[in-house]
Structure formats: C-alpha cells, structure tokens
Design a protein around this ligand. Structure first.
Ligand code: ARG
Length: 456
C-alpha cells in the first residue's frame, strides 16, 4: 500500500524506489512512531474525528503492530516506504478501513519530527547513564590512588609534578560538561511538533498541549513551519556526541602514551588489548586506538548533517530523511564505546616505581623560583636567577638539587641552607592547595564535589 499514489499514473522507477525508501534504517523508530500514533489517535478522538470504538480499535491495532516488531515477526512488504507507511499499512490490514482515519490532520512531516524527538530523548538518557558509569570509574580510580605523583606535561614535556588522581579527575570534569550539554540538548529535544501538519498547522481542534503532556514532552512547538523544518536538536546532539568523542579520544591518546614503552606509568587490563599475528611479544592497546579512531565517524556525522541542512529552503524537504543514519551511527558508536571505556578505566593498574622514576628534579624549578619569591624577590627576577642555575647545572652535568649552596648564592644571596627542602615532590604537590590545584586535600575536595554531581 502506498500512501500517496492517487494522483500518479506511473509506478516509481525501481532504483528511484531504493533511493527513496528509508524503512531499512528508520524501522528502529517503530516504538516511538507507534507511541506517537497512539497519543494522536486519542487526540483526534477528543476532537470528535473518531468514535470511542474507532479510537480503541486503532489503539489495539497499533499495540499489535508494536508486538510484531518487538517479537521480530513484523512482515515487511516491498511497498513499505518508511516506518510511518509500514505501520499504517499493517494497522489497516488489522483493523480495516478505520485505520485510514489515523492520519487525519497529520503529515509524515510532523510525525517524523515527533518520532525522532521521542526516540532521541530515550537515547540521550541512555548516553547520560553510560557516561556516568565512566565518570564513576574515574572517581573510583582517583580515590584509590591519592598517593601517586606523576609528571604533569605541557607540550608533551615534563612540566610540574601532579597527583595521578588529579589527572584522572581532569577527565571527569570534561565529561561533566558533556553531561550538561546533553541535559541542555534534551530540553530542546523535548518539544512536540505533533499537530503541525505538513507545514501550515492543523484545522482540527486538536489539544496540542495535551498531546505533548501525554508524550512526556515539555512544550509544544510554537510555529508549524519551524516545527517540520527543525533538526537543530539532532545537530546539537551530534555536537555533544562529538565533544564526548573528542574527550574520549584525548583520554585514549594519554592512556596509550602512559601505558606505552616510554613511560609505563600504568598498564591496561589484558582483556582490552590484542596481540599481533606476526610479532609474538606484542600487546597492543586496540581498545583505545579504536575509541580514538571512532571519534572520526561521530564528528563526521555532525559535519554531514550540518552540510545537508545548510542549503535547505523552508519547511520539509526530503533531504531531511538523511538526518537519520548519521544520528543512528553516532548513537550506536557512543553506546558501544562508553562501556568499554568504563571497563578500561577500571582495569588500569598504576606502576608507582615507573612514576617515581620519571620524576625529574627539573620539574621543581618553579618551586625554586617560588622560594625566592617568598623571600621578597620579584618573580621575573627569580625566574631568571633559576634559569641561570638550570643552565649551570646542565653545564656540570648534574641535577638542580646537586648544585652547592655557594653556587646558588652566587646567583642570589637570598638562598639559604633551608633551600634543600624545596627539592621534594610531595611538598611541591602539597603546596598547590588552592581550589582546583593538585594538593591531596584539594583533590579530595574535588572528588567529593564530583560524587555529589554524579548523584544528581
Ligand atoms: N521518511 C521520511 C523522512 O524520514 C518521512 C517524511 C516524509 N515526508 C514527505 N513529505 N515525503 O523524512
């Protein structure tokens, strides 16, 4: 059954039909489509367009169609152009001609926009839960290893010592911003287009607010032309998903570096690595490489969608059918990657000896400059004094802490014997106790704050 054949003489060309049909990918919207239709049947019945019996028979029929999909026994017909036509075709087979009343005042344009929104709200919730599991894994790891100090890097160069936990928590906060973006996107997705018709609105007295409430959506769309054209919510979701992807990818890169032969600060659970078919000694961090790699498809989905949208004239155009595959792919990618990431984080085992061995006294040069600052030397001057000392130590082939006090005093008479205390990584970390710093107390405070955020 075709829904729009009335004015046509010729059948669509076979290849045109393949291009046009979206059932093969939009069938996954079936539950949302049927949910929207059940609510719509009630709304048109209340508008006097269906009798109570007709309404009940349509609802029973729709529930049967849903069961057929749920149980994998929905019988697809060649004429099933998309999920909307397929459900209506089957409904009419089950309930007879009255099924044809369901589409009164409705268009696939407001229908598909409603379906996508309903479907995406569920997916956003699922993504948020999966992301929260990753965040919890980060907090647990941080809390378990509050005593470990590692080099902190800028430009990939060792910079200043930090707590391993502080680094782990830095990733937590990036994901927390992603949670906020998803909250925000969920709010703008929870807008009900049903009752907008093809583009101009509905002539029937449909209680749109009641429909939105029944579908658990926050508000109704205020303009029917915008309602059928708007895919901002998909673009926003794809941006939020891309940002999550970018955060995952950067974390994966760090974990690859930190577990690799150069550093060996951590090891990744064997279950998340694979071997080489040729080199027996290899154990490769494929899980992390795949996470880094899959980010490309999510950012690709975002750019593809925006490119599809950018030249569209107002209201619905069939180009919009191309919104689904990138969205589905991004959702599938996230739902596959996030649980693996949580597992990888849980499996991390730190190597305190390797971390300790990588701590280079040079990373305390700032603390040495601060020593002078605390004794009244302006920072610019102390920076240059310590710079000279670094060079002199290098010339002698020794570390900064091995320079004799008289050499230090040649550069500044402010130096005294108590300067020896500066060369202590624990002390350097503990000094950075202002909010957001790497001192153990500041990190504990951060962890408490993070746990509170996660409980919401
Ligand atoms: N399958 C279509 C889509 O995904 C449904 C809307 C069709 N609307 C239309 N006017 N042809 O966008």
């Amino acid at each position: 059954m075709q829904l729009w054949g009335g004015r046509f003489k010729d059948k669509p060309d076979d290849l045109m039909k393949q291009l046009n049909d979206s059932f093969r990918f939009d069938r996954r919207l079936y539950a949302a489509d049927i949910r929207g239709s059940i609510a719509y049947a009630g709304a048109i019945a209340r508008a006097g367009l269906l009798t109570d019996e007709e309404c009940q028979s349509i609802i029973d029929g729709l529930e049967q169609v849903k069961r057929e999909f749920d149980e994998g026994r929905f019988d697809v017909q060649a004429s099933d152009e998309d999920i909307h036509t397929a459900v209506e075709r089957r409904l009419t087979e089950i309930v007879g001609l009255v099924g044809g009343k369901l589409h009164t005042g409705r268009s696939r344009n407001d229908q598909v926009a409603t379906d996508l929104r309903l479907w995406l709200i569920e997916q956003i919730r699922a993504a948020q839960s999966a992301l929260a599991v990753v965040q919890a894994a980060l907090i647990d790891k941080s809390e378990a290893h509050l005593d470990l100090i590692v080099p902190g890097y800028t430009h990939l160069q060792p910079a200043q010592p930090v707590l391993f936990s502080h680094w782990l928590m830095s990733v937590f906060w990036a994901f927390e911003r992603d949670q906020e973006r998803l909250d925000d996107c969920k709010r703008r997705t929870s807008v009900c287009p049903l009752g907008s018709g093809a583009l101009a609105g509905t002539p029937f007295s449909i209680d749109r607010a009641g429909l939105a409430a029944e579908l658990d959506m926050d508000v109704v769309s205020p303009n029917s032309m915008d309602a059928v054209a708007d895919r901002d919510f998909i673009a926003e979701f794809l941006f939020a998903a891309s940002m999550i992807g970018v955060h995952i990818s950067r974390l994966a890169e760090d974990l690859i570096l930190w577990s690799g032969p150069g550093r060996r600060f951590i090891s990744i659970g064997e279950q998340y690595t694979t071997g080489s078919s040729l080199m027996p000694q290899k154990r490769n961090p494929d899980s992390l490489e795949l996470m880094r790699g899959k980010t490309g498809r999510v950012t690709g989905a975002l750019i593809g969608l925006l490119t599809m949208l950018k030249g569209l004239p107002s209201t619905y155009n069939k180009d919009l059918q191309e919104d689904k595959e990138p969205l589905f792919d991004a959702v599938d990618t996230l739902s596959m990657v996030l649980p693996v990431l949580a597992g990888v984080i849980g499996s991390l085992v730190p190597s305190p000896d390797a971390m300790r061995a990588a701590l280079d006294v040079g990373m305390l040069a700032t603390d040495l400059a601060d020593y002078l600052v605390e004794r009244g030397v302006p920072f610019r001057e102390s920076h240059s004094i310590v710079g000279h000392l670094v060079r002199r130590a290098e010339e002698r082939g020794i570390t900064l802490d091995a320079l004799p006090l008289d050499v230090l005093r040649e550069e500044s008479p402010v130096f005294d014997a108590d300067v020896a205390a500066v060369f202590d990584f624990e002390r350097a970390v503990a000094r950075r106790s202002a909010v957001g710093g790497t001192a153990p107390d500041a990190v504990r405070q951060q962890i408490a704050q993070a746990r509170a955020r996660l409980r919401r």
